[in-house]
Write a protein that binds this ligand. Sequence first.
Ligand code: SAH
Length: 229
Amino acid sequence: EASPEPRSGRSAALRARMEERLLGARFRYLNQQLYTGSSRDAARLFRTDPAAFHLYHRGFERQVRRWPERPVQRIVRYLRRRPASLVVADFGCGDCTLAASVKNQVHCFDLVALSPRVTVCDMAKVPLAAESVDVAVFCLALMGTNLQEILGEANRVLKLGGTLMVAEVASRFEDTHAFLKAMTQLGFKTVSKDLSSSYFYVLEFAKTGPARPGAAPGLRLRPCLYKRR
Ligand code: SAH
């Protein structure tokens, strides 16, 4: 690189700041794509550009670090209160913090493997037998527009009476009541809901039966778009 100026501390700092901005802009763009396309689009995006995935994750980490608590820690606490014999499926596992923090067997699914524990796949179609897991987890991972299909897949792999845990950004819920009602159509009854954090909600469901076919119009979440900072 030909730089007309000597690399003073000031120009290095300026360069670092510009790089940060560029990364921030790319993160926001990728994030928007993940929330406004289907899970298949997301799978295609990261298959063709794995570097984008790593960039996305750096941006995600930076966002979540600002929060008073990481939602995944809530899921960890929940699982530690329950028998370690329960088999867990972590949809959109990211860096596998959950699997690394509990004794349970955890099937980790994501689009790219940040850890050797990850099974790479689209969460709308995971390689698990029907009714084979006790707990399905979506921690900040309900990203595609095909929510019904994604949650239908969780229903398929869950045993009857099994638990579905959802931790999602609070501002994504347009109408929480309608969302919970739609979940009953998908074969899930609400067991508990913690709406106390202004950052994220934690919802616990139990599988009551298979998902019923037909549209579930209440099943909508706003995309989680980050502001430029
Ligand atoms: N659950 C982790 C990571 C959350 S970030 C945590 O709480 O720390 C959301 C994750 O979902 C990302 O790793 C992203 O790659 C993954 N994801 C998004 N769409 C997906 C899809 N269609 N299939 C599998 N994983 C997906």
